[in-house]
Write a protein of this length. Structure first.
Length: 155
């Protein structure tokens, strides 16, 4: 810390003491974690004078004094969930539109979809690649009318 204060040009004003800021953290304990015999009913927490009623800054359904506030809080939660669903729908829609568009590039729609269906794709092979496949993996070649899984050899 002293090195940082010296780098900032404030070494003479640094006392050499440091500490941590006091903080509070609430660890929510839910009734779902406890064994069945010790489980609490929902109303023990979700009530105006329930166990969690005094937590400030957090909306806890069922602890508000005004029904309108409770309704608005629940609607806000539903709105957030709806926003995530809309975002997911846009992402899926963009994915589909983009991939359908990509299928139309190059050789055309059919040339891209057919290999996905039948497992074969016409590929231009160099003589070295074709010789390798003929000697090491002959079943992957498709020549003439013979059907084998793999690539189309250049004729």
């Amino acid at each position: 810390m002293r090195a940082w204060m010296e780098a900032a040009g404030k070494a003479d004003s640094y006392s050499g003491e440091f500490g941590f800021v006091d903080t509070e953290m609430y660890w929510p304990i839910t009734h779902m974690v406890a064994p069945a015999k010790q489980a609490m009913e929902c109303e023990e927490c979700h009530a105006r004078n329930g166990r969690l009623a005094n937590i400030a800054g957090v909306f806890m359904p069922g602890t508000e004094d005004d029904r309108l506030v409770g309704l608005l809080g629940k609607l806000m939660v539903l709105a957030v969930i709806a926003d995530f669903h809309v975002l997911a729908a846009y992402a899926i829609g963009a994915f589909v539109i983009t991939h359908v568009y990509l299928l139309t590039l190059g050789h055309g729609f059919r040339a891209h979809v057919r290999p996905m269906i039948d497992g074969y794709e016409d590929t231009d092979l160099t003589p070295e690649q074709e010789a390798y496949l003929e000697s090491n993996e002959p079943k992957r070649l498709k020549k003439g009318g013979c059907i084998h899984q793999g690539v189309q050899a250049a004729e």
